[in-house]
Design a protein around this ligand. Sequence first.
Ligand SMILES: [Zn+2]
Length: 318
Amino acid sequence: MPRHSQILDTERKPELGPLPAPTDWQTQEPVALLKNVLRLTAPNPGFMTGPGTNSYVVGEALTGYIVIDPGPADTDHIQRLWQACAHPDGAGGNIVAIVCTHSHADHSPGALPLQTLCIQAGTDAPPIRGMASAPTARANSQFVPDSALHHGETLALHPRAAHTGAESHTLQVIHTPGHAANHICLLLIEDGVLFSGDHILNGSTTVIDPPDGNMADYLDSLDVLHASCLAHQVEFIFPAHGHAMPNALGAISHLKAHRLMREAKIAAVMQANPAGDPDQWLALAYDDVNPRLWPVAKRSLLAHVERIQMLQISTTKP
Ligand SMILES: [Zn+2]
């Protein structure tokens, strides 16, 4: 049974309205979401990052910690992350591994300076883990881990000595291409929690930017996540941007339905305007969305168009 009773933080319900002001977010001190999960938000709020990137710290002093998404290479944020990973005597840098959910600039560049801090403090260098960026990644999203992670692999934290009350913490790697080809989610098995990176966000919509982003992969990955969450009784999703989300299975189903609804609207617009170009389709298919968001929405529209055309080809094949 997941250890849900340990949830210490009173998270708000998923926001349906506008994003909370950045001041709602704690960038100076980590927030305890569970006994063994801290969230420290990077001071990089913005149009694409919402309240900022959530870095998560999993583990406890007796097991050491895994840092998920160190975020941008912000010196103060990296120092605070290092300090949050405390040894039993209170000194920082008790880090077993640094994991990046994907290569984007608001997620992975902090990994190297965090590793460097550990080395400078005289501890072993924690390996930087994740999947290498694919050849389709943009120039500013290149990422090479020290040691690659694979779908289905687990990362386990065990108490270093025989301490009563100390538990193990196990993260399972789930490859979820779609937002980025090298995107992974991590499922904390004992607690029934999913770290969703940018695949599932709270308060904003994941951008699918071809060619590294791919809509068919994105939707398939949602199915994979749904199956994993069902198998492990996952209740909460901890996204890389925005608050924790309850009802994981419902959130994933809702997200998929929402994407397919948008795709149906785009397909109808394309059918009614076969000679139109993507900008004309965008204005019609995203008429319910603030035009300020259209430049970003256009990336996702192109991803939907790619999938619609792929489906048409596969259904018209003899
Ligand atoms: Zn992000």
